[in-house]
Design a protein around this ligand. Structure first.
Ligand SMILES: Nc1nc2c(c(=O)[nH]1)N[C@H]1C(S)=C(S)[C@@H](COP(=O)(O)OP(=O)(O)OC[C@H]3O[C@@H](n4cnc5c(=O)[nH]c(N)nc54)[C@H](O)[C@@H]3O)O[C@H]1N2
Ligand SMILES: Nc1nc2c(c(=O)[nH]1)N[C@H]1C(S)=C(S)[C@@H](COP(=O)(O)OP(=O)(O)OC[C@H]3O[C@@H](n4cnc5c(=O)[nH]c(N)nc54)[C@H](O)[C@@H]3O)O[C@H]1N2
Ligand SMILES: [Mo]
Length: 755
């Protein structure tokens, strides 16, 4: 941007929320300035100032007192409420070597849980989970996890319906195709720009705002289907439809029914490109179960005007329509259904594969969705092979700890939980991200040992026995290149880490060395050697895909490189639409599966063979009259729990409490005024919050971002003082198919806080 001073001589650093120029006075970081290429930089990075040192920084290896004092029982009941003692790296390495040897020899390697979910930090080489898994694989393996918290249900359902989520995500229709060709953009779950701040692995230039506004200027009509009006920016002037949360599937069925009964569906597309429409249609019309899924039927469930559904269906048929379904829709009870429903609706409209038409899964969930770029398969740190076959669906962690040997279903398989004796987490914060934290906290006390690598004292670190202090991205050199973003950034160390901290690589290399496996772990490379190696491999892969990258030293000297954008905007499934025989999609049938013989064969009552409206276990349709549906969405001021302790996040907490947004009508009905301190509660737990009145929130809904560090009260059982909504959310799988998390399906009540 032209009005910024030239800072191109300053070193670059990169995070999931963007790229920055670092101003230092030679020793200390003074400022982080937006990268000159970024047209819409994020403020999140400013949260680092003040927390690089100080009381929240982990500065040395720490071991829990009770764990040291009782080598038999390990005083496990004190885990999460105990003191720590500082030890040397030599001592901690010897404690860990002994414990790993004991656990693997007594119980086998499957007793180590190394699933370690979490976002860690940007940087191709310094990827915490990659190093953890490489190390654990080297010592005989570990139980791992599959799928994500982001959209586990979406990943598994897409495997059956369109051949995989991540493949489709990489094929997402570009924003430019939408700008040039769409007439209507219907966003289930909205287009939250605050989420587009983020891109896993880093981003050079934030594109979502500019693209949306270009589309609007070009006449695209936006429709936001969401409990929050501000899930799309005001400038889009979007039509706001606000069904009850967790009822989008009913609304989409109402749209499908309208298309079918009014003859507005594209039978030719359905015949050529999909399988199983007839089975789905029998359900839609009620031939199968006696209930036609009319607009009227849907409106009753969603609590909206049926006319809105009828008119929207007709408009979507008349105009070139892009349908977006946000990832949040999958983090719900029966979260497999919304993506399947959106894909079914788009199939009936028959615009899939046309410029600006069809569907996209999560525009603005992250900056990379809809970017005009080559999707390049860059190399990642090799993790070796895991000799242990056992895994859990990522969000079944508490079930696993509570229920060793217990059986569970997953995607057609019958599996059992291992007997976990040691947990190792690096680069994630389960005491932020998991549901029903009070239940997790109790189950977490079962294993003998918990090891956590982190750079700051998160609740997870506080619930560990052995805490290994690591660095953050400001404190190490690396390369930010994600393959989902055209920018490659040579990251430089711009802040000195506390002297006793180590990079995750060094932590595991040190341990491997002590266990006689140092050479196997390092393969003879030092940290710079690995970065050269990974970049060199990536360069070869890019070249094979027709893209030339500068060599490593040139990249380092220049600081960054932008991969040129392709000549023409990408359109999802374009080739498939043109010739489904020649270009099948990777499903069983090669076509879009509106009825899946495979899913049907699993016989799951909670995920039948076609899209089905399944009542959520908890929603505004079955709760007490004073219950509110809690939307615990992504925070604007941070990435999940990262930098919650920093000024940007803390500065957004009026009077130190997390904001709970409420419609003024709901506040008035409860006698609550703006700024009131409340306890948000249900049968699972409670947390403190401060009421903020806002008519952008649908009546019956309360909204509170995730990310506040879990801070359990020592006086009141089950109460989080910092306002982490996961003390309220239910921990159960979306269905037997994906077993994904369901944070967005949650009812709560409010009472004045006792403070
Ligand atoms: N209620 C509710 N809960 C949710 C969600 C929701 O919508 N509602 N969303 C869910 C979703 S989509 C997700 S993805 C999860 C996110 O959950 P997580 O990914 O676990 O959350 P983060 O806060 O990003 O955790 C990353 C941790 O890694 C640490 N870290 C950063 N860099 C490094 C490093 O270099 N090395 C090491 N060792 N550690 C590092 C950070 O300090 C932080 O503690 O949360 C889920 N939970
Ligand atoms: N700033 C910031 N950006 C982020 C993240 C972050 O922590 N901070 N996290 C990143 C990660 S890991 C992920 S997975 C993505 C997640 O991206 P999303 O899944 O899109 O994130 P959410 O903010 O949970 O949800 C988006 C909106 O969906 C709406 N919604 C919730 N339930 C329903 C429903 O039943 N029906 C309808 N129609 N709408 C509903 C809510 O109003 C919410 O604001 O965000 C990424 N971006
Ligand atoms: Mo996520």
């Amino acid at each position: 941007m032209t009005d910024r001073p030239d800072r191109s001589h300053m070193p670059l650093t990169a995070m999931h929320w963007g790229t920055y120029r670092a101003e230092t006075d030679g020793t200390t970081l003074q400022a982080l300035h937006p990268f000159e290429e970024d047209v819409d930089p994020s403020n999140i990075a400013q949260g680092y100032f003040g927390v690089l040192d100080g009381p929240t920084r982990i500065t040395a290896p720490m071991v829990r007192k009770g764990w040291l004092e009782d080598p038999e029982g390990r005083n496990r009941d004190r885990r999460g409420a105990d003191d720590f003692v500082e030890v040397s790296w030599g001592r901690v390495e010897s404690l860990l070597t002994d414990e790993l040897t004991r656990v693997t020899q007594t119980y086998g390697n499957e007793a180590i849980y190394g699933g370690s979910y979490g976002w860690a930090s940007a940087g191709r080489f310094h990827h915490a989970q990659g190093h953890l898994r490489r190390f654990l694989n080297l010592i005989g393996g570990h139980t791992t996890s599959v799928n994500t918290y982001s959209l586990a249900a979406g990943e598994v359902i897409c495997e059956h319906v369109i051949g995989g989520f991540w493949v489709a995500a990489a094929d997402t229709t570009d924003w430019q195709s939408i700008v040039d060709n769409s007439e209507v953009f219907v966003a289930f779950g909205g287009l939250p720009l605050r989420n587009g701040q983020i891109s896993q692995g880093g981003t050079g230039r934030h594109r979502q705002r500019e693209a949306m506004l270009d589309a609007r200027r070009n006449g695209v009509e936006f429709v936001t289907v969401s409990p929050l009006r501000d899930d799309s920016v005001a400038a889009l002037d979007a039509q706001w439809i606000a069904p009850r949360p967790s009822t989008d599937v009913a609304m989409i069925l109402g749209l499908c029914h309208t298309l079918l009964t009014e003859g507005l569906h594209d039978q030719a597309f359905l015949d050529r490109c999909t399988v199983g429409f007839d089975r789905f249609a029998a359900y839609l019309t009620g031939a199968q179960d006696g209930t036609p899924k009319t607009a009227q039927w849907a409106a009753g469930i969603c609590d909206i005007d049926p006319q809105v559904i009828l008119e929207l269906a007709r408009k979507m048929h008349r105009k070139r329509t892009m349908i977006s379904a946000s990832w949040s829709l999958t983090r719900q009870d029966h979260g497999e259904q919304p993506f399947w429903a959106a894909i079914t609706l788009a199939s009936m409209l028959g615009q899939i594969g046309l410029p600006g038409g069809g569907f996209g899964l999560g525009y603005s969930a992250v900056n990379s969705l809809g970017l005009e770029n080559h999707s390049l398969p860059y190399a990642a740190m090799p993790q070796g092979a895991n000799p242990v076959q056992r895994f859990i669906p990522v969000a079944r962690i508490t079930d696993m700890l509570e229920n060793p040997g217990g059986a569970f279903d997953y995607n057609g398989q019958k599996l059992t939980y291992p007997d976990t004796r040691l947990i190792w987490w690096a680069g994630g914060n389960p005491f932020h991200h998991h549901q029903d934290l009070n239940r997790l906290r109790a189950a977490w006390r079962r294993p003998d040992t918990v090891v956590v690598n982190d750079w700051c004292w998160t609740a997870t670190a506080q619930h560990a026995d052995i805490v290994l202090p690591c660095t953050n991205p400001l404190e190490r050199s690396d390369i930010s290149m994600s393959g989902r973003d055209p920018y490659i950034i040579a990251m430089e160390q711009v802040s000195a880490p506390p002297p006793l901290t180590r990079n995750d690589y060094e932590i595991f290399h040190g341990l491997a060395t002590r266990m006689g496996l140092g050479a196997a772990f390092s393969e003879g490379r030092d940290q710079d050697g690995w970065q050269r190696h990974l970049y060199g491999e990536s360069r070869n892969r890019a070249r094979a895909a027709g893209v030339e990258l500068p060599d490593y030293d040139t990249l380092r000297a220049r600081g960054w490189h932008k991969v040129p954008v392709p000549d023409k905007p990408n359109v999802m499934f374009e080739a498939f639409r043109a010739d489904p025989q020649a270009h099948p999609i990777p499903t069983k049938s090669g076509k879009i599966e509106l009825w899946s013989a495979e899913i049907d064969s699993f016989g799951y009552d909670d995920c039948p063979g076609h899209v089905t409206w399944l009542e959520p276990f908890e929603w505004l349709g079955n709760g007490d009259t004073d219950a509110l549906h809690l939307i615990s969405n992504q925070p604007r001021t941070k990435l999940h729990s990262q930098l919650d302790h920093g000024l940007v996040s803390q500065g957004d907490r009026p009077g130190g409490l997390e904001r709970l947004r409420l419609n003024p009508k709901d506040a008035a009905a409860r006698g609550l005024s703006d700024g009131a301190a409340v306890e948000v509660f249900n049968s699972r737990g409670a947390c403190l919050a401060r009421v903020v009145l806002d008519d952008a929130v649908r009546p019956g809904v309360a909204q509170m971002a995730t990310g506040a560090w879990f801070n359990p009260s020592r006086q009141v059982e089950g109460l989080c003082l910092n306002g982490n909504p996961n003390v309220l959310t239910e921990d159960r799988g979306t269905s037997k198919l994906a077993q994904g998390p369901i944070a967005h399906t949650c009812l709560v009540k409010l009472r004045p806080a006792q403070m």
